[in-house]
Each structure stands twice: as structure tokens, then as C-alpha cells.
Design a protein around this ligand. Structure first.
Ligand code: FAD
Length: 222
């Protein structure tokens, strides 16, 4: 059961300017603040901080129309320079509200996630490795080639899954990483990944598509 929103942050509570007109940005900001837990800095716009734990998604605070502070409401004072668009975008991207008990104590940003298992570490690691290879220089210097070889060797020794690390180390011993170019490194990595896929009974990935998967995307592809 979701936690009930405090009265002053209820989404339906509308805010009005001194002239009696409905203040959309003030209301949006208030809703956003409740949904995300973010505090864009209150009345002190210069210290607006959106990267700390209490802030949810990053938000661009741009030069633009100033948002008037909500009248007779000192709980929320949107920082100057936050545009309606910025507030609206962040409100739309904000994480869905979850019961307070599901967050790490003291946080409205970080959920109580479990430690990663071998699959989660694996998928994240392959993502990192393939993305790294996709950004490797087309024509690496001898130093860059040496560093990449050394990195992969060290990676295979510190990988946080003992039997995975052992097998990967063995694979590297039998198939030296091809570090002469981006293309060669990416194809070598694809082969290494396919070796693990095979061991786990998974389908082989077609290495002809490494570039689309890890570098260029699939636009224009059928
Ligand atoms: C070095 C290493 C060794 C591992 N050893 C083991 C092990 O011994 N036992 C074990 O249980 N798990 C191991 N893992 C984890 C395992 O490989 C998977 O990461 C895990 O099972 C999760 O699989 P997944 O279905 O999320 O996709 P993953 O295999 O993690 O792949 C992620 C994505 O990469 C793409 N992809 C798949 N294959 C290729 C490829 N050949 N080339 C390019 N892109 C590809 C696909 O889009 C896929 O969705 C290892 C991981 C690493 C990094």
C-alpha cells in the first residue's frame, strides 16, 4: 500500500499567483517535488543542487522565465530560472512513487536493491566490455594496445565470480586479446562472449552485428 502523500504535497492542491491566476509551474514543481523527492534548492536558487541523494533525476536548470514563488506557501519555493518545460520534463520522468519502506532509510531516491547475482554482474560487465571495445581507437598506439591487453588480463583475475574468472583467464591464455584495432578487439570480445554463451547453453550472437549492437545502432535496419 503506497504511503499517503502529505497534505501540503497532494497532487491535486493547486497554487495561485497573487493576481488569482493559476500558477502551472508552481503546481508542477510541487508535484514533481513530491513524486521525486527532489529539492531544487528552494528559495536559494544559486545553491540549487540536483545531484545529491534527495534529488531524483538530473534536471537542467536553464536561463528563462522565472517561476514566481507560490503565494502564502513557504514549503516550496521554486528556484529562479527553472523553466516550465524543465519542471514538466522532470516531473514526467520522475520515478513512480513507492512506499517509503522500499527506500534505503533517509532516502527517497535509492531503493533497497539486493546485491547483484552472477547474471546481473555478467550483463553489466559485458555491457561495459563491449562498450569499451566500441570506443577503443581505430588505430591504437602500442601503449594503448599494451594497456588494453593488461586490462583484460587483470579483469579476468578480479572478476567477481570465481569460476567465471577462471574460465575467462583460461580463454585469454589460449586466445590472446586482439588489440590491434577497434574492429579486431570487438570481434575478439564477441568470440569470448560467445564461448561463455555456449558454455551456458545460450544462442550464439552473430558477430557481424557487433557494430550495430554496441556502436552505431540499428537505424535503417530491417
Ligand atoms: C567474463 C565473463 C565470464 C562469465 N562467465 C560466466 C560463467 O562461467 N557462468 C555463468 O553462469 N555466467 C557467466 N557470466 C555471465 C553470463 O555471461 C551472462 O552475463 C549472464 O548469464 C546474463 O546473461 P544475459 O542473458 O543477461 O545476457 P549477456 O550474456 O550478459 O549479454 C548481454 C547482451 O550482450 C549481447 N550479446 C550476447 N552475446 C554477445 C556476443 N557474443 N557479442 C556481442 N554481444 C553479445 C546481447 O545483446 C545480450 O543481450 C560471465 C560474464 C562475464 C563478463
Amino acid at each position: 500500500m503506497a504511503e499517503k502523500a502529505p497534505e501540503e504535497f497532494t497532487l491535486r492542491k493547486l497554487l495561485f499567483n497573487d493576481n488569482g491566476k493559476f500558477c502551472l509551474p508552481c503546481t508542477l514543481y510541487k508535484s514533481f517535488r513530491y513524486v521525486s523527492g527532489a529539492n531544487l534548492g528552494g528559495s536559494d536558487a544559486s545553491s540549487a543542487s540536483v545531484g545529491v541523494d534527495t534529488a531524483a533525476p538530473s534536471v537542467s536548470i536553464t536561463e528563462g522565465a522565472n517561476i514566481p514563488a507560490p503565494p502564502q506557501d513557504t514549503t516550496v519555493a521554486p528556484p529562479q530560472g527553472v523553466t516550465v518545460a524543465a519542471v514538466a520534463t522532470v516531473a514526467a520522468n520522475a520515478a513512480p512513487a513507492a512506499p517509503v519502506s522500499e527506500f534505503i532509510p533517509g532516502s527517497r531516491t535509492y531503493l533497497k536493491e539486493d546485491p547483484p547475482d552472477v547474471n546481473k554482474v555478467g550483463a553489466a560487465s559485458w555491457t561495459f566490455l563491449h562498450a569499451m571495445a566500441a570506443k577503443y581507437p581505430e588505430e591504437p598506439t602500442p601503449t594503448q594496445q599494451g594497456e588494453m591487453s593488461e586490462f583484460l588480463s587483470l579483469f579476468s583475475r578480479v572478476y567477481p565470480c570465481f569460476w567465471c574468472a577462471k574460465d575467462f583467464e583460461k580463454y585469454i591464455g589460449a586466445h590472446a586479446p586482439q588489440v590491434q584495432s577497434r574492429e579486431e578487439l570487438s570481434l575478439w570480445l564477441c568470440g569470448a562472449h560467445n564461448k561463455v554463451n555456449k558454455k551456458l547453453g545460450k544462442a550464439q550472437f552473430n558477430c557481424d552485428f557487433w557494430r550495430q549492437r554496441w556502436s552505431d545502432g540499428w537505424e535503417g535496419d530491417n
